[in-house]
Design a protein around this ligand. Structure first.
Ligand SMILES: Nc1ncnc2c1ncn2[C@@H]1O[C@H](COP(=O)(O)OP(=O)(O)O)[C@@H](O)[C@H]1O
Ligand SMILES: [Mg+2]
Length: 241
């Protein structure tokens, strides 16, 4: 594969809920080594786009190709097993289970690994996300930053080639966002492509190769972060929020 190989290719993607068009004919290509940021006002369709890629929702039209293969017919768990990992906007760990058990469960069920391989993967991802010391804590007792780490860790437990992050920096302090940036940088260095929905623009500006702006289910613009964030249309969309 060349360094410009494509991991995700979306063409003509649409999603309607009854009469409401939420995703409106999207085209998008994401490179294997890319970090792509997605911004847009609340209700723009960002999470719906992730739900379509992850297989939680079926598209009304269009195709999604991942690693060269059309994945429209695959269920969520099959998409996990071929390496599509995602975090949820609202973390939902098993609160009564320990941090380690949460990550192990994701590695066993999400990645279909043996207990032994899952255990190794879980331990490696706990170390990567800085949660190793908290492995025995009940997930329900974590701070917000550690909850976000756990959410990321569970997504990483499946060994993703493509990681979908949904507002993982939301609600964190500047210092906590910096901690998270360090972790995401390390994940990317291990060879994972990332699509990152976020309102914390500072975070996206630091790590993203490109930023896409979603508005009413369509991309207004997509390109180099500096240029996109300086675009007057982008300011209008956000000020109009
Ligand atoms: N399952 C659903 N049924 C009906 N409408 C939905 C559903 N999921 C999302 N929507 C609507 O789609 C629009 C986009 O939602 P969402 O993708 O969550 O936006 P964002 O993540 O950009 O804030 C909203 O108007 C939302 O109410
Ligand atoms: Mg959302």
């Amino acid at each position: 594969m060349t360094e410009h190989a494509t991991i995700l290719e979306i063409a003509g993607l649409a999603k309607r809920f009854g009469g409401l068009t939420v995703i409106d004919g999207l085209n998008l290509t994401v490179g294997e080594r890319e970090i792509l940021g997605i911004i847009g006002p609340n209700g723009a369709g960002k999470t719906t786009l992730f739900n379509l890629v992850a297989g939680v929702l079926q598209p009304s039209a269009g195709t999604i190709r991942y690693a060269g293969r059309e994945i429209g017919g695959l269920r969520t768990w099959d998409r996990c097993r071929i390496g599509i990992g995602r975090t949820y906007q609202i973390p939902k760990p098993f609160a009564h289970m320990s941090v380690f058990e949460n990550v192990l469960t994701a590695a066993v069920h999400g990645a279909g690994k043996s207990i032994r391989a899952a255990r190794e993967q879980a331990e490696a991802m706990l170390a990567l996300t800085g949660l190793a010391a908290d492995h025995a804590q009940p997930a329900g007792q974590l701070t917000l930053l550690d909850l976000k780490r756990l959410e990321l860790c569970r997504a990483l437990a499946i060994g993703p080639r493509l990681l979908l992050l949904d507002e993982i920096a939301g609600g964190l302090t500047d210092a906590e966002v910096d901690t998270l940036l360090g972790i995401i940088q390390r994940v990317h260095e291990k060879g994972t492509a990332i699509i990152w929905i976020e309102h914390v623009i500072r975070a996206l500006r630091k790590l993203c190769h490109r930023i896409a702006v979603l508005h009413e289910g369509a991309f207004v613009t997509i390109g180099e972060p500096g240029a996109v964030l300086a675009d007057s249309r982008v300011k209008t969309i956000y000020l109009g929020e």
